[in-house]
Write a protein of this length. Structure first.
Length: 139
């Protein structure tokens, strides 16, 4: 995902668990990378982005928790935090002064965290609502 990882341990002198703890930390980072990297075609997040526009899409318990937490953050922030923004985020470049074209602005209308709804009556499913291009893009 392009994220740098830096791990430090504060251990008592003589404690030799550092290498094992580092190994476990890196294994967890690889697990997260495998599940949530939007650029890896095989990740759960890529599958969700690809399949959600087609209908109900099974998601893992962890993804469901993340989507629930994202919805709560969006609600608390009155939409300032919005996981659907990534699908059009590339249309903006404030440093270069780039804003969406008139045609691209139509895509911006699809951005709304409320369009991502979990159906709690169907375990671990995502209800598709309104998607831009290839679907919901969550980063």
């Amino acid at each position: 995902m392009g994220t740098r990882v830096h791990v430090e341990f504060w251990l008592e002198y003589g404690d030799r668990r550092g290498p094992e703890l580092l190994k476990r930390c890196m294994a967890e980072m690889r697990r997260i990378e495998y599940a949530f990297n939007p650029w890896k075609e095989t990740s759960e997040l890529s599958r969700l982005n690809r399949d959600a526009p087609k209908g109900f899409t099974p998601v893992s318990a962890e993804m469901k928790r993340l989507l629930d937490q994202s919805a709560a953050a969006s609600k608390r922030s009155e939409g300032a935090f919005d996981i659907t923004f990534a699908s059009v985020g590339r249309l903006f470049d404030y440093r270069a002064g780039r804003v969406p074209t008139a045609e691209e602005k139509k895509a911006v209308e699809a951005i709304n965290w409320r369009f991502v709804q979990l159906d709690h009556n169907r375990p671990l499913q995502l209800v598709p609502r309104h998607f831009f291009e290839s679907g919901l893009v969550v980063h």
